[in-house]
Design a protein around this ligand. Structure first.
Ligand SMILES: Cc1cc2nc3c(=O)[nH]c(=O)nc-3n(C[C@H](O)[C@H](O)[C@H](O)COP(=O)(O)OP(=O)(O)OC[C@H]3O[C@@H](n4cnc5c(N)ncnc54)[C@H](O)[C@@H]3O)c2cc1C
Length: 397
């Protein structure tokens, strides 16, 4: 149990993966933080996530690995790219052994609810307030005042906005603009292992690339299910919610003519979810005075490098270190945190954006050049700057 030192009163708005990770790292640093989450109960909706070594090493230091390993699947087979029409393998990157040798950790795939539960296990229960939807933050002579939808309020010295892509806290720091629609939507479904072909139960993340679309699957829930997520044009669809659904026919129609292993997986899943991906340009600053942002509130990114949640966990670790090092000067700590994080997360936002076009090339010379490049690529080594980053080793000055 860390000993808490007298320090700033820290309020975290949002109890998603990023907000809870911030509470966990602050607690580990001996600083007290309270999480205010709008939902009446904690529990991630949604589907699967890839947890790469840059996030795994931080979860291990939180003492949360045992929890993660209960349900996570190590991605030992690795990443496999295939062609949409015939399943021809474009490239395979074996991760087993190699990932640990290079980065000291494996890569896992897990349901979001299991990752949230893992992070939550490192936060004392009395530090989380549920059913607390923050509506505004006001600067007061001796601190900050948070107001909530139920009329209650709280006082803090530091506010961390971990309240996702529609962040209320962000709108106190930057021009309150709504995010744009990206023109892409994600279909997702979960196939029980009993209904899934052995092919999809391999510990592999398989990515099928086709014109205007791509289709991804990997096992989750300790191998008891297969997570399917597929990206396609959104048309005029703009619903951005984990609970919005499509029909199996609509999902099928987007992937008509694809390899039967793709269409069979669509048929084996239940009612698919459908989610319009939002787009935001990177912010140039995300700390002002004693207020800062973290995770999707600061830098929402397309999920094509599978790094959104991982970056929010990295943010949390760096922010806790900055606040612990300058507990008597939180403004300075928040500025330092922003300087340490913004270039890396902006770069990930941009390359995730560019990956959309690369993954969705129509058949032709550019697609052939991409496929040839994929065959020769070694993303495990090439993306070492992502997976090798240790948020607790980055020098603070
Ligand atoms: C299809 C898809 C696939 C993805 N795959 C991956 C992957 O493989 N790997 C990966 O690392 N990332 C992935 N991501 C990205 C990842 O899901 C997000 O980056 C991550 O969940 C962001 O966490 P967060 O805590 O910043 O925000 P959120 O998860 O959005 O959490 C915000 C929290 O704040 C709460 N909240 C909001 N407003 C208020 C308020 N006013 N008051 C109080 N509480 C509030 C919300 O209820 C929520 O609990 C994927 C995303 C998508 C859409």
């Amino acid at each position: 149990m860390p000993t808490h030192v007298p320090g700033p009163r820290i309020a975290i708005v949002g109890g998603g993966i990023g907000g809870l990770a911030a509470a966990a790292f602050l607690n580990r640093s001996g600083l007290r933080a309270t999480v205010y989450e709008q939902a009446p109960a904690l529990g991630e909706v949604g589907a699967g996530l890839v947890v790469a070594p840059n996030a795994v090493r931080l979860l291990r230091r939180l003492g949360a690995m045992e929890r993660l390993l209960r349900r996570a699947v190590p991605l030992d087979w690795g990443w496999e790219f295939r062609r949409w029409a015939d399943g021809r393998v474009l490239s395979v990157e074996k991760l087993s052994g190699e990932c640990e040798r290079l980065y000291g950790e494996r890569t896992y795939v897990v349901h979001r609810a299991d990752l949230l539960d893992t992070v939550k296990s490192a936060v004392p229960g009395d530090r989380i307030r549920l059913g607390a939807r923050c509506t505004s933050i006001e600067e007061r002579p001796h601190g900050l005042r948070l107001r909530f939808a139920d009329g209650s309020r709280a006082e803090a010295d530091v506010v961390i906005g971990a309240d996702g892509v529609h962040s209320v806290v962000r709108s106190t720091l930057a021009e309150p603009t709504p995010p744009a629609y990206s023109g892409i939507c994600a279909f997702r479904t979960i196939v029980p292992a009993d209904d899934a072909p052995d092919f999809a139960l391999r510990p592999a993340q398989t990515l099928w690339l086709g014109p205007g679309r791509h289709f991804v699957h990997y096992p989750i829930n300790g191998g008891q299910a297969v997570n399917v997520v597929a990206f396609a044009p959104a048309g005029d669809y703009t619903d951005e919610s984990w609970s919005a659904t499509a029909t199996v026919e609509e999902f099928h129609a987007e992937f008509a003519g694809w390899d039967a292993r793709v269409t069979d997986l669509i048929a084996a899943g239940g009612v698919p979810g459908r989610w319009a991906l939002l787009d935001r340009a990177p912010l140039r600053h995300w700390s002002r005075g004693r207020v800062t942002l973290l995770g999707d509130a600061a830098h929402p990114m397309f999920p094509f490098f599978a790094q959104g949640a991982a970056q929010s966990i990295e943010d949390a670790a760096v922010l806790a270190r900055c606040l612990a090092a300058s507990a008597d000067d939180p403004e300075q700590a928040l500025k330092r945190y922003e300087v340490l994080r913004i270039a890396r997360t902006t770069c990930l936002q941009q390359i995730s954006h560019d990956r959309r076009d690369m993954n969705h090339l129509p058949d032709g010379p550019e697609q052939q050049a991409r496929d040839a490049a994929l065959a020769g690529a070694d993303p495990l080594v090439g993306n070492g700057w992502i997976y090798g980053y240790d948020a607790e080793e980055v020098p603070l000055s």
